[in-house]
Write a protein that binds this ligand. Structure first.
Ligand code: ACM
Ligand code: ZN
Length: 722
């Protein structure tokens, strides 16, 4: 797809055929083409000297800032450690050449952005003052390489935002998508509407504390200038028509009902949104956008457009009048009308509108760009319409998600170009973003979500697919941790640090999934133990397992329930099957020694919807039994109910069954919270070979429930027989 780079100024020895493929140097993202010898070629002088053949003052300043030492400019290239040279031509705006040999460092680029990229490569390449020989010829795969930072769900200090700009620059990302307005907080100072920040920037938390903050115009201009010097475009996101509770809390007339609402302190999607029928609301948004445009020079402005319930519009006279007047069919077309209005508005001011993929619904307005988040489909549709697309699907790009769903390798496997697009259509995919939503990540937890995963995103967006290899990348990430430590980045886990295996009956081993891990575990609150083998005493027990790497906790502490009992490993006939979504590990799940944890998606729970769950367990020979324990998960809000009862049967041949006990289970009137209940029964000891467990589904969700009439789920785990 991409042919030669920087044709016209490529030194011959850096052509791809001649390239010597050696150990890949410690650079993230990996450059497209490089040649290196592993030898020290040059030692920088104590007082760093720079020759600039014209116009690279800002990049020289950035070099000085990133390596944290003063630089002296010199008049002749011979005297300089580092020489900037402007080439007359470069294939793409961000391309650069970096050459280090015994004469020093030569940076060649056709643009300041290209030279800045070279500086960022040099910053990573430099180890002390010693520079190894290298010849790099580099340019990005994609021109839009971004990160969304949600400063609304949790406010981030201006200094923190600047720190992220430096971190983005280090990895050659070039867009900060700054999420500035939300249900839970309005963060942009707007002169015409002071209550947006007096009222809308603050929320009362459930514990009576107040959370909030906002950016003054001066702070935002400062941040934009800081980013611009680092060749990072700041795209502000001003959400409309949804996610607007904080604005409506400030000025209730903006909504359809005009009723006072609070700045939200719950997470979710809310039905009070901007009224699309009210001209004053439209004028308000125009004024807000005009003030925003004064601060942000970005050619692209994000207007959100996601998750806007149409409930209020359906019942609003003004909205219905607008639908009629504009000849629209429904509320989706009303949203499309509104987005179209602001696309035109921005166009008249020389800017382009981008919105989340919901803006396709009801028709994509002329000139609008699309950011695809609900998978890749929205992006595909937009590219087919020859509209520019930024890809950030939840499958690979949501860094608020746990590493259990999106680990480093998953991010690295991201391909922003869907296979179904033709080469011509693929050109409309201009890049991607990773999205850092902060509902569950206040400022001090953002690093642990973003790092190291952003390293994978940076490389996916920069380095050609044929130059990428995960195992090799993982080695570079491992070496990058030292740099991150030095930069004060509180990185999180790259992946789930370990998994568990049944070594043999009654024994579970901890299997490392990352290199250099130290592991400690304990049962209940007893002393921590080291080692990779857990011998389980009879019964059902709670364990905690924690990993350490590079001297700090690595990943989440894992809570694990393990059991040792008479039926451990016993063959089980699953009579009614189990849902594909919750297999718990399949046919052996109910006697495998693993019992589900508080996270009902932990793959140890077996579940089925709307039917009784029936298991026949073969103990292998007649055994004397006197008790059973069966963990049951309850979570009304997720339609997970307690079985009505659990019947226990015995048999000597697996054919003729005799019921010997019933466990009555709690009823769940109005009960929506999540918890684990262990169904327990003891009886006078008797001998049997087979045990049947029959858990009665409680029937449809009851009348008091939001999903009344829908089939309920039952979740069960290990059947512990003793
Ligand atoms: C989104 O995650 N609602 C864009
Ligand atoms: Zn309305």
């Amino acid at each position: 797809m991409f042919a030669a780079l920087l044709v016209g100024c490529v030194p011959k020895e850096v052509s791809k055929n001649a390239m010597v493929k050696m150990a890949v140097p410690q650079l993230i993202p990996k450059p497209q083409f490089m040649e290196l010898s592993g030898q020290i070629a040059y030692v920088l002088s104590e007082e760093l000297t720079v020759f600039d053949d014209g116009g690279f003052e800002s990049e020289t300043e950035m070099l000085s800032a990133f390596i944290d030492r003063p630089i002296r400019k010199v008049e002749s290239p011979e005297e300089a450690d580092i020489r900037f040279q402007r080439s007359r031509w470069s294939r793409t705006p961000e391309a650069y050449l970096l050459n280090i040999d015994s004469s020093g460092v030569q940076i060649t680029a056709g643009s300041n952005h290209g030279a800045f990229n070279a500086v960022m490569t040099l910053v990573q390449w430099k180890k002390g003052d010693h520079l190894k020989h290298v010849a790099i010829n580099d340019e990005p795969s994609f021109r839009h390489r971004g990160m969304l930072l949600d400063c609304c769900r949790h406010f981030m200090e201006p200094e923190f935002v600047k720190r992220y700009i430096d971190l983005l620059a280090r990895y050659k990302m070039n867009v900060l998508h700054w999420h500035l307005t939300e249900d839970q907080g309005w963060r942009v100072e707007i002169d015409a509407y002071p209550k947006l920040t007096k009222v809308g920037a603050w929320r009362n938390e459930k514990d009576s504390s107040i959370h909030g903050g906002f950016y003054t115009k001066e702070e935002m201009r400062d941040i934009v200038a800081y980013a611009t010097a680092r060749h990072i475009k700041v795209i502000p996101e001003i959400e409309l028509p949804g996610h607007s509770s904080a604005a409506i809390a400030s000025y209730p007339w903006l909504s359809c009902t005009g009723e006072q609402i609070p700045v939200e302190n719950e997470w979710g999607v809310f039905k009070d949104i901007y009224c699309a029928g009210n001209d004053s609301t439209i004028a308000f948004l125009e004024t807000v956008l005009d003030e925003v445009l004064e601060i942000f020079p970005s050619d692209v402005i994000h207007i959100g457009g996601d998750e806007a319930p149409k409930t209020r519009w359906e019942q609003c006279e003004k909205c219905q009048r607008r639908i009629k007047k504009e000849g629209l069919h429904d509320e989706h077309e009303l949203q499309s009308w509104m987005i179209g209005h602001f696309a035109e508005f921005l166009d008249s001011r020389g800017r382009k509108l981008i919105g989340w993929d919901e803006i396709l619904e009801g028709g994509l307005p002329e000139g609008a760009m699309v950011q695809s988040w609900r998978g890749m489909e929205g992006g595909i549709t937009a590219a087919e319409m020859e509209r520019e697309v930024v890809m950030s699907p939840t499958s690979h790009a949501y860094f608020d998600y746990d590493v259990r769903s999106t680990d480093l390798e998953e991010v690295y496997s991201f391909d922003p170009i869907p296979e179904s697009l033709s080469a011509d259509q693929a050109k409309y995919i201009i890049g991607g973003e990773c999205n850092m939503w902060t509902e569950h990540a206040p400022q001090d937890q953002v690093d642990s979500k973003v790092f190291p995963r952003i390293l994978a995103m940076a490389e996916v967006l920069w380095t050609y697919p044929e130059e990428r290899n995960y195992q090799e990348f993982e080695h570079r990430v491992d070496r990058e941790y030292a740099a991150l430590d030095e930069l004060g980045v509180d990185y999180g886990a790259a992946t789930v640090p370990f998994e568990f295996a049944n070594a043999e009956l009654g024994k579970v081993s901890i299997v490392d999934r990352v290199d250099g891990l130290k592991v400690s575990w304990r049962v209940f609150e007893e002393a921590w133990q080291e080692g990779r083998e857990i011998i389980i005493p009879p019964g059902l027990h709670e364990y905690k397992v924690v990993g350490y790497k590079n001297g700090k906790v690595y990943g989440d502490t894992i809570e694990l329930n393990l059991a040792n009992h008479l039926a451990l490993g016993a063959p089980t006939k699953v009579i009614n099957g189990f849902s594909d979504w919750y297999t718990g590990g399949g046919d052996k799940a109910m006697t495998d020694g693993f019992s589900g944890s508080f996270d009902f998606r932990d793959r140890h729970w077996q579940a089925e919807q709307g039917v009784d769950m029936i298991y026949e367990i073969d103990l292998g020979e007649s055994k004397s039994i006197s008790s059973v324990q069966i963990p049951v998960y309850i979570y009304g809000n997720a339609w997970i109910f307690s079985p009505e009862y659990i019947d226990l049967w015995s048999s000597d041949n697996g054919l003729n069954w005799e019921k010997f006990a019933r466990i009555d289970m709690p009823s769940m009137s109005g009960d929506v919270e999540q918890r684990i209940v262990v169904a327990v029964k003891d009886w006078d000891e008797f001998t049997t070979r087979y045990v049947k467990v029959e858990a009665k589904n409680p029937g449809p969700c009851p009348d008091w429930h939001d999903a009344a009439g829908q089939p309920s789920w039952v979740f069960m785990s290990e059947i512990v027989i003793n």
